[in-house]
Design a protein around this ligand. Structure first.
Ligand code: ADP
Length: 472
């Protein structure tokens, strides 16, 4: 069964139509050219006949009109259609053939010494005629020669038949060739399709064979392979993420389980029970925080966390963050500073998300900065950007670790981070929020001197007269 929707079939159909149109145009052209050539040949023949007749009459002219008539009548049975008139147009002689077909013995008016062609004869026997006024010796004569117009009709007919008969043959051949070419051209595509079909999530590392043909098919295979590469990467990231997430969840769950089991194993004092319950509560909180972070990331991955951006001044947000940080830092003896430009910091942002992003950075700064250190929140605007940064005088991040800080579950020191309540997802979430705002989140750090996290938000076109969302 031929699949009429297949590319091969459609290619063949297009090929057929194109060839049919080209053939029809070419055949019409050939036919017209042939007809014009045959007409030309007819006229040329008549021209030579006129010359011949003139030469013939040169020989008989001395004998006068009678002699001319007699000699023409002699050659008339040969079938040539000739007629001769005197200078005034009076008929001297006419071949029997012309007389039989009722050709009026009348030369055209105003005939000169140049050859003139005309058509005549009867509807059943159309003629092509050539005329010329000639001077032979002392005589001026008008010569007329004729040929049946259908003289070459047979040739034209045969040519037409050949053209018409060859047409279906050419078209069938062209369709066959079209199908064959289509199949041949698309065979590598079918091969690629077959290969691609064998690649599933089980063998995502398999790749398509790339033909060294420097053509579209090579590019197609390379593009598909690059796509497979990306899919494989994303798959392995997802797998890794699932494994890491399970691992991260397992630790607090085990602690909760063990604490509960320990409490129930035998009779416990109230203090022991309270201690166990506190452990359970702490680990439950950690689990909830982790699950919340995981959900947030998953929603972000699915593109559901697209921020509802509104034009607002980021200044009050930074002030809030500084106040919050100061309250959190008090116990740890860390100084919190706020360097805020006097002018407004217009940003297109989702307030809650931007707050969360700031909180992650401030929280990390406080978490990793030892007592006596300093955390500074900074906000400034340039003509194109609004820059918000959080700097600390903490231990810094080593150059080897720096590229990993935004990775999921990555922590320079797992134990320390866990103890401080970290999940290893904070900076991942922070970068995701930044990206949703079309912003960049970067880090600079020097071991022993501290870290600087910078958010660079695009500055929206802002009309001071236009009211913006009040940050409460
Ligand atoms: P965590 O929950 O562990 O803080 P994050 O994703 O927020 O997870 O941070 C990842 C890791 O980056 C942290 O474990 C820590 O090693 C490092 N880090 C983040 N912020 C800082 C900082 N201000 N100073 C030093 N190290 C930091």
């Amino acid at each position: 069964m031929i699949n009429t929707r297949s590319l091969t079939f459609r290619l063949a159909a297009w090929y057929f139509c194109t060839v049919a149109i080209i053939c029809a145009l070419a055949a019409t052209g050939y036919w017209l050219a042939m007809r014009s050539e045959l007409n030309y040949a007819l006229d040329q023949g008549l021209r030579y006949r006129l010359i011949g007749l003139r030469e013939f009459l040169k020989v008989v002219e001395p004998g006068g009109d009678r002699e001319i008539a007699a000699r023409l009548n002699d050659i008339s049975p040969l079938g040539e259609l000739n007629q001769v008139f005197d200078a005034n147009g009076a008929l001297i002689a006419q071949s029997q053939g012309l007389a039989r077909h009722g050709v009026s013995p009348q030369p055209p008016r105003g005939l000169g010494f140049d050859i003139r062609y005309s058509t005549g004869g009867t509807p059943d026997f159309p003629l092509r005629l050539a005329w010329q006024r000639v001077t032979i010796g002392s005589h001026t004569l008008i010569l007329g020669v004729a040929d049946p117009q259908r003289k070459f009709e047979g040739v034209l007919g045969a040519f037409t038949t050949v053209l018409l008969l060859s047409m279906p043959f050419i078209l069938v051949l062209a369709t066959g060739c079209g199908l064959w070419l289509g199949r041949r051209a698309l065979a590598p595509v079918a091969r690629i399709t077959d290969q691609a079909r064998t690649i599933t999530e089980r063998n995502l590392s398999a790749r398509l064979a790339v033909p060294d043909s420097q053509d579209e098919l090579q590019r197609l295979s390379e593009t598909l392979n690059a796509m497979l590469e990306r899919i494989e990467e994303s798959f392995s990231r997802t797998r890794q993420f699932t494994a890491d997430a399970s691992h991260e969840l397992r630790a607090p769950m085990t602690l909760i389980y063990t604490a509960a089991q320990h409490s129930l194993r035998r009779e416990r004092s109230r203090e022991e029970l309270v201690d166990s319950m506190q452990k359970i509560l702490r680990e439950s909180r950690r689990t909830t925080a982790l699950v919340d972070d995981l959900l947030l990331l998953a929603r972000g991955d699915a593109g559901k966390e697209s921020a509802g951006l509104e034009l607002m001044d980021a200044g009050p947000l930074l002030r809030d963050a500084a106040e919050q940080a100061a309250a959190m830092a008090a116990a740890k003896d860390i100084r919190v500073g706020l360097e805020l430009a006097p002018e407004a910091l217009p940003v297109n942002a989702d307030e809650a998300q931007l707050r969360r992003l700031l909180l992650i950075l401030v929280d990390n700064a406080l978490k990793y900065t030892p007592s006596g250190g300093r955390v500074t929140i900074h906000g400034a605007a340039s003509p194109t950007d609004v820059t918000i940064s959080v700097a600390d005088t903490g231990p810094g991040i080593s150059p080897d670790d720096l590229p990993h800080v935004f990775e999921r579950f990555w922590r320079a020191d797992k134990v320390r981070s866990r103890e401080a309540g970290g999940t290893g997802l904070g900076l991942t979430i922070a970068r995701q929020i930044a990206e949703l705002h079309g912003a960049r989140l970067d880090v600079q750090s020097e071991v022993g001197r501290g870290s600087l996290f910078t958010i660079r938000l695009p500055k929206p076109a802002w009309d001071p007269a236009r009211p913006w969302r009040e940050v409460i």
